[in-house]
Design a protein around this ligand. Structure first.
Ligand code: G6P
Length: 612
């Protein structure tokens, strides 16, 4: 997501901070800022700029005009509040004593903010980060200890974070702390550093320490001390980074797509955390009121590419849980078919970029027809986010690889949460059952991680089928929606002709394409449809197909039919897409790698399609 750099040492800090931030540009950002302290005068200067880092570099004459030898810097990718100078980091306490940069998401920021407001704090930005800096300030004023104030704040904050913190009162030191968001500490010949990612500090040093969850680092120009939450000092070993600069940008992964596939547990967790409060789905922050939900008699879900596949999965989930009829459409079809939008309906536009031309046109058409629009968007402040009546942000963070993975996964989560809230408002989901579903949702990140930990089997299988000419993906119900996305992943990055079929439809034509050794992937996560899809798999097998079966642990009988079986953990059947898609993303990825293709930038495709 965002990027952090910090430095304290003998050299001028600002040029080092800006050089480090420029190495993090690949992560995507929309504003940047630095804070530097002049250790000789105690003067602290904060400079921020919206847009490109270049603006900040020009504003500070390559950093030369900002005097001081310690500081923290940040590139922000907006999550709470639009991209603007006011929302850009670093953020400060009112007396400018505490200054902080933050990566991640503070889930209980609203609750903490209310408590701070009661204690007389005011807020100048829309960010969750300002809550963190003011919370630390609050405990600092009570304890006068930087370490205790950071530790106490950490114990009150829920969510994921990496912090870089400075205290005007405490010269010659900077602090760093983390939970579930990456952060490393470096030691160079002339100072010490913090970085959210290896490339941020690689120009300065290859000697790093890994700071673990719920630990705090205290840095001076030549020493680094680590502490746990009890403020006991912890010993750490220095590690030598051996990556080259390019590998470092990808966090050591060979491609952005693989990195983003591996970021899914975190992205899913952050999206759940943003809308689940006290074991219930809470949309109050986005202004989507229960009265409005109660009136909904029909839902239209519109998107392009993978977003459309989310729409299809959401249709199955929503109709099953809420009894509200759902129509789904590809945005470029919706906008030109003069759709009949009934009264008391809601149009949901799903888009990672928030800028897809057809999806934006579909949104405007819905509004022209007087229907309310809910945007499910990843990029804060994008056109779809701004023009929607309500926006459910997904918390995937910037996605660089053209083939979407983590944004798709977070869109699914947003739609599950929407279905759950709608079902509750319609009286079809009790509080108790909702809490059970939330518990299942909370287990998804660990289950996704478990599938990722077993990726070598898929890699091996992908290398066997890298030369395939055609592939088919089959499934019924939700498994059909999963098949569509699995097939799209395959064709867009491996250039293998691939199609997804509703399993029962195959015999109406497509089965004539099955030849000896044609790879057919059967997706079987829905127990009520299991036998039906097995029959369809048997039909293609008897015509020579080579079968991969993708099902849940326990369905070992699939091995009687499939030649190669992949299992994913069990979950609530409504959430099965979130797990079953992971092996299919990996399959597409590894076939593309085996063919030596440009995985992150497949031919003819764009990440954001802003023309129709
Ligand atoms: C492009 C991307 C796809 C994406 C689609 C919709 O085709 O390559 O990955 O699903 O656009 O983009 P959006 O930004 O609206 O989700």
């Amino acid at each position: 997501m965002c990027g952090i750099v910090g430095y304290i040492g003998e050299q001028q800090a600002a040029p080092i901070l800006l050089a480090g931030l420029s190495k993090l540009e690949y992560r995507g950002y929309d504003s940047a800022g630095i804070c530097v302290r002049d250790e000789s005068t105690g003067n602290v200067e904060v400079v921020k700029a919206k847009g490109r880092l270049r603006t900040l570099i020009e504003k500070t004459d390559d950093g030369h005009s900002v005097i001081g030898t310690s500081g923290i810097g940040h590139t922000r990718w907006a999550t709470h509040g639009e991209p603007s100078e006011n929302n850009a980091h670093p953020h400060c306490s009112d007396d400018k004593n505490v200054v902080l940069v933050h990566n991640g998401i503070i889930e209980n920021f609203q609750e903490l903010k209310e408590k701070l407001v009661k204690r007389g704090y005011t807020f100048y930005s829309e960010t969750d980060t300002e809550v963190a800096v003011k919370l630390i300030d609050y405990y600092y004023k009570k304890t006068e200890s930087p370490l205790t104030s950071i530790a106490t704040a950490m114990l009150h904050i829920r969510g994921s974070y990496a912090f870089g913190v400075m205290f005007k009162d405490c010269p010659n030191k900077i602090f760093a702390a983390r939970k579930d968001s990456p952060l490393i500490i470096g030691k160079s010949e002339h100072g010490t550093l913090i970085g959210s990612d290896v490339p941020a500090i690689l120009d300065q040093t290859r000697n790093v320490y890994y700071i673990d969850n719920m630990e705090i680092a205290e840095l001076t120009k030549d020493e680094i001390h680590f502490f746990n939450m009890d403020e006991d000092e912890i010993e750490k070993e220095v590690v030598q980074i051996k990556w080259d600069a390019e590998a470092a940008e990808k966090g050591g992964y060979e491609h952005f797509m693989l990195k983003e596939i591996h970021e899914q547990p975190r992205a899913v967790q952050d999206t759940i955390g943003a809308y689940v409060k006290d074991n219930a789905v809470d949309f109050s922050e986005i202004g989507l009121k229960d009265e409005e939900l109660a009136n909904i008699e029909r839902v239209y879900i519109v998107g392009c590419g993978s977003a459309y596949h989310v729409a299809m999965a959401a249709k199955y989930v929503l109709e099953d849980m809420t009894q509200v009829p759902v129509e789904i459409d590809i945005a470029s079809e919706f906008r030109y078919r003069n759709p009949i939008l009934v009264k008391n309906s809601l149009v949901v536009i799903i888009s990672q970029s928030g800028e897809t031309a057809d999806s934006l046109a579909a949104l405007r058409l819905a509004k022209e027809k007087g229907v309310a629009v809910l945007g499910v968007v990843n990029v804060v402040g994008s056109s779809i986010a701004r023009e929607s009546d309500h926006t459910l942000y997904t918390y995937a963070g910037p996605e660089i690889s053209v083939a979407t993975t983590k944004a798709y996964s977070t869109q699914l989560i947003a739609m599950y949460l929407f279905a759950m809230r709608l079902a509750q408002v319609k009286g079809l989901l009790s509080e108790e059952d909702c809490a059970k579903m939330i518990a299942e949702l909370n287990e998804l990140p660990a289950k996704i991680q478990k599938i990722l930990d077993d990726k070598e089997r898929i890699q091996w299988f992908a290398s066997k089928y890298a030369n395939a000419k055609d592939m088919f993906f089959l499934g019924r119900g939700l498994d059909y929606a999963i098949s569509l996305e699995g097939s799209l992943k395959m064709k867009e990055i491996s250039y293998i002709h691939s199609e997804a079929y509703a399993a029962g439809e195959l015999k109406h034509g497509t089965i004539s394409l099955i030849e000896d050794n044609t790879l057919v992937v059967g997706v079987l996560t829905q127990s009520n449809l299991y036998e039906k899809t097995i029959s369809n798999m048997v039909e293609v097998k008897s015509r020579g197909a080579y079968l991969m079966g993708l099902t849940t642990y326990g369905n070992y009988g699939i091995e009687d039919t499939a030649d190669f079986s992949v299992y994913v953990p069990k979950t609530d059947p409504h959430f099965a897409t979130s797990l079953a898609i992971i092996p299919l993303q990996l399959l597409g990825y590894y076939v593309s790698v085996a063919k030596g293709l440009d995985v992150d930038k497949p031919r003819n495709l764009a990440k954001s399609v802003t023309v129709e």
